[in-house]
Design a protein. Structure first.
Length: 247
């Protein structure tokens, strides 16, 4: 059983979650209370010490981020509830935090709750929230990468390239380090769209900051700073050369 609270300034959104949660059998959620302001939410968390907080992004004239800033070293997991906000959603994805779009869908709620682990390492939770608060309103400097043991935060600037391996992606990092992550290359392409990354081939996403040279050919290939070579598809060649020429 997981102890949870809901913090949202819209009563109908609270009611929606209150109606859906009893239908979830795995995991079982014990709802300890609700709040409609940031101040009430802080008091609610202090009183009940929940393991999980359903947290609205916009709460009257404040935000869920204001609440998190007021609770250093948070010892609870967070599932954000929000209307579509591109910048907030990007921040959640970067920090590997869960979110639900309003109106909350029952299947999406179930999927999010299945990921909740009541015994998750508190230091990981604190780091996720810390990185989130650093990234809100800016381009995040680190990306949360799920691993078998939890979540590792990797500086975006250290990612040289991402290589597709079925439904997995190999991350090739500075210092000749590698990681295999259970995310598709398309997910990384979307996540890193605002950075200097370019999909040069259906199997490779490259950080252009690490390009050492381009070698001509039908599509050609790139030589990277780690001395790896990456094929460029002929249909991506022209756009790639424009990108490289503008750097």
């Amino acid at each position: 059983m997981i102890k949870a609270v809901i913090i949202d300034d819209e009563q109908h959104c609270i009611d929606r979650l209150c109606n859906l949660l009893p239908e979830i059998k795995n995991p079982v959620i014990q709802l300890s209370g609700t709040a409609q302001t940031v101040d009430e939410g802080i008091s609610l968390i202090s009183k009940h010490h929940p393991q999980l907080v359903f947290l609205d992004v916009q709460i009257a004239d404040k935000t869920g981020f204001d609440l998190l800033k007021a609770i250093p070293d948070a010892q609870f997991q967070v599932i954000f509830t929000t209307a579509h906000d591109r910048y907030a959603l990007q921040a959640f994805r970067f920090c590997a935090l869960d979110y639900l779009l309003k109106p909350v869908d029952a299947d999406e709620l179930q999927a999010a709750l299945l990921k909740v682990n009541a015994s998750k390492n508190n230091s990981v939770i604190s780091e996720q929230i810390s990185e989130l608060l650093k990234g809100v309103g800016t381009k995040p400097r680190k990306i949360g990468v799920p691993t078998l043991n939890g979540i590792v935060f990797v500086p975006v600037s250290e990612i040289i390239r991402c290589h597709a391996d079925g439904n997995y992606t190999e991350l090739h990092l500075a210092g000749k380090k590698q990681m295999v992550v259970s995310k598709t290359l398309k997910e990384f392409e979307n996540l890193l769209a605002d950075y200097s990354f370019f999909r040069v081939h259906h199997s490779d996403l490259v950080n252009l900051d690490y390009v050492k040279s381009y070698n001509k050919g039908k599509g050609g290939y790139l030589m990277l700073d780690d001395n790896s070579s990456v094929e460029v598809s002929s249909r991506r060649k022209e756009e790639l050369l424009k990108k490289l020429g503008s750097m």
